[in-house]
Design a protein around this ligand. Sequence first.
Ligand SMILES: Nc1ncnc2c1ncn2[C@@H]1O[C@H](COP(=O)(O)OP(=O)(O)OP(=O)(O)O)[C@@H](O)[C@H]1O
Ligand SMILES: [Mg+2]
Length: 191
Amino acid sequence: MADGAPIKIELKGVTKIFGPTPAKVLPMVEAGASKDEVLEQTGHTVGLRDVSLQIAQGQTFVVMGLSGSGKSTLIRHLNRLIDPTAGQVLVDGEDIMGLGERALTDFRRARMAMVFQRFGLFPHRTVIENVSFGLDLRASGRAAREESRAKAREWVATVGLDGSSASALPARSPWTPTSCSWTRPSARSTP
Ligand SMILES: Nc1ncnc2c1ncn2[C@@H]1O[C@H](COP(=O)(O)OP(=O)(O)OP(=O)(O)O)[C@@H](O)[C@H]1O
Ligand SMILES: [Mg+2]
């Protein structure tokens, strides 16, 4: 990542509470109640608590944590599969909660893609084809599709997957992608 690269993605104080009345439970979470206390007293689940981060253009950003710690919940905020209970999600400085239905569709089609894990994979597409799916949607013509496949191969190689596993269908590959998400480089960006 080049020094001084612009911030692509920013989370500011994002909290996500799952349950029927999350706004009512928010003050308790903000006051520091534990996940167990919140669940026991309200039946709500704290998915994320006050998460702030910045991801610069070109940066590889890895989120690690125990099962149930909120990795998938966090990633789903980046394309608004999940809306935050509190806080902001900014992409290229824009609060994506402000996107209307049409703008959100364009955003998902052109600027953000996500590779799901296991049951969310297309069983009839190879691992590489699953990874490149978001880019393929935009690719018109053979050259563009080749480019998106090359990009997918590059990222798959980055996580150490060899060629034959990447070319297999997910069910036949010893490796299947876990959820990941990325923004598309803009025209002026470096990949
Ligand atoms: N739709 C939902 N409704 C209620 N609770 C949810 C929902 N999605 C996630 N949770 C809860 O939010 C917390 C974070 O879950 P999440 O799936 O984000 O964890 P994770 O870090 O991705 O785990 P894993 O490593 O198992 O994939 C967990 O307690 C989970 O049970
Ligand atoms: Mg997960």
